[in-house]
Design a protein. Structure first.
Lengths: 74, 400
């Protein structure tokens, strides 16, 4: 299993939940985790994904017009 | 028929009283509602969207699912445009106080609840103007009266979908189309109709839909809010409250995105867990099925009361043109006396008086005495209606 991760940073937990729902429907692995401190000082959550699926997910979110801030490697 | 199906709760209290006050708060609730709330408290219970741990995320997931269920029911463009608040009054206050500025004009009607009228009266002190379009004596509205009341500085049309006093249904789609054509915003108070009548934000041209969870959505009290259409820019709506949202914590200014801009402080997540269960129940039953059931009961109740000598029935007196709420008076007997005697002698619980709607009572010509209101719900039965009519018949016989 590839353990390299990326995270999708979002405005709030509601956005994270919306993304989680979409990714689960598409069979893409994800997990909601606290935002790593070095990425943002926000106290909220972000969506952790497999790094290798980041491009596919970025396209998916853009196609579905689902708002997110950035996707960062961790 | 819904209530005869097994597993549905009775419209009678433990001590046998018949509950006919669904227009104030629906009771009983579907069994899943209390269950979901108890389960939330016992097993989830964490602060939604505040902490990153799994219990907090699970709580947030429940709140988000409730948001989705509300969005689906009302044809909202996006679950994140559903703003939860204390109740529908809170949602209406957000719409009116958040949107209106000195010099703006609002068109409303003569059938409004104080949830609309009191904020408008307060705003009038700050230079907001409003006109109440005149309704018919049966509480119905000719949409032309709305059009006539529009002024050059009109910004918003605000009305309730149905009267909380007599159940009269207002023609929201026709009014919504007027609002769209005249480029005005349209606020609908759906307290009496959300879950009871078909409603669709886009088809009905609604820009601001205020809703409550504890009436015909069959959820708990303390749930409700406001849904914003895509025509509403969140920046144009000033939040009533600012504070913690669990997002953008590094900044001391209120976030500009939805729903956080309008949802400061810990939400009523336990209530929303109950609301979610209620909306799932509503979807299983089907709004049309419940409406058909209530319509039959309402027609029977109207028929029974209209044919009782000494009883004056208010409102449209037509089950197709009203919700399952029926208002009446007994000639020669004060509404408060009727209410007390129904409670004490006939074991029937209803609401009498002015129903927080002096404007509507003026239109119906029942101000300041008020009237008696029977509010039917999904769990009432034909027997309940018979019992209510029989009780009124007895009282009317005794009236001077």
């Amino acid at each position: 299993m590839n353990e390299a991760f990326a995270v999708i940073l979002v405005d709030s937990t509601s956005y994270a939940l919306r993304i989680e729902k979409l990714l689960k429907q598409q069979g893409l692995a994800c997990k909601l985790i606290p935002v790593p401190r070095h990425l943002s000082s926000d106290c909220g959550v972000c969506v952790r994904i497999q790094k290798q699926e980041a491009d596919v997910i970025r396209t998916l979110l853009q196609e579905d017009q689902i708002h997110f801030l950035t996707i960062e490697d961790v | 028929m819904i209530p005869t199906a097994t597993g549905f709760p009775s419209s009678k209290t433990k001590d046998g009283a018949l509950y006919l006050d669904n227009a104030a708060t629906s009771w009983p609730k579907p069994p899943g509602v209390a269950q979901a709330m108890a389960q939330f408290l016992a097993e989830v219970g964490a602060n939604p969207g505040r902490s990153g741990h799994r219990l907090s995320i699970e709580a947030a997931r429940i709140v988000y699912s409730a948001r989705e269920a509300v969005a689906n029911l009302f044809g909202a463009p996006d679950p994140l445009r559903v703003v939860f608040g204390l109740n529908i009054t809170d949602g209406i206050n957000l719409a009116l106080h958040g949107l209106l500025r000195a010099g703006d004009h609002v068109v409303t009607t003569g059938m409004e609840h104080n949830a609309v009228m009191r904020p408008l009266r307060d705003l009038a002190q700050q230079g907001v103007e409003f006109t109440q379009a005149v309704c018919e004596a049966d509480g119905t509205l000719d949409p032309r009266r709305i059009e006539e009341a529009i002024q050059p500085n009109t910004r918003l049309i605000a009305l309730n979908h149905a009267s909380n006093v007599c159940g009269a249904i207002l023609p929201i789609r026709a009014v919504g189309q007027i609002a769209r054509r005249r480029e005005l915003l349209f606020l609908v108070d759906t307290a009496q109709t959300g879950g009871a009548l078909p409603l669709h934000m886009e088809n009905d041209c609604i820009d601001l839909l205020a809703f409550t969870g504890h009436k015909s959505l069959y959820g708990p009290m303390g749930t409700g809010g406001l849904i914003l259409s895509e025509r509403i820019n969140p920046a144009d709506l000033h939040p009533l409250r600012q504070g913690g949202t669990g997002s953008r914590s590094e900044r001391e200014v209120q976030p500009d995105f939805l729903p956080d801009r309008f949802e400061s402080g810990t939400p009523n997540a336990v209530g929303l867990a109950g609301l979610l269960a209620a909306l799932e129940w509503l979807q299983e039953q089907g709004l049309e099925t419940i409406r058909a059931h209530e319509k039959v009961l309402c027609a029977d109740l109207l028929d029974g009361l209209i044919n009782t000598p000494g009883v004056i029935v208010l409102g449209p007196q037509d089950a197709a043109r009203q919700t399952a709420t029926v208002a009446f008076n007994i000639r020669g007997m004060e509404p408060s006396t009727v209410g007390l005697r129904l409670d004490e002698e006939f074991n029937i619980l209803c609401r009498v008086g002015l129903h927080c709607a002096p404007s509507a009572h003026r239109t119906l010509d029942t101000f300041p005495d008020g009237c008696v209101r029977f509010g039917l719900g999904a769990f009432n039965t034909a027997e309940d209606v018979q019992q209510a009519v029989e009780a009124v018949r007895q009282l009317a016989k005794e009236a001077p």
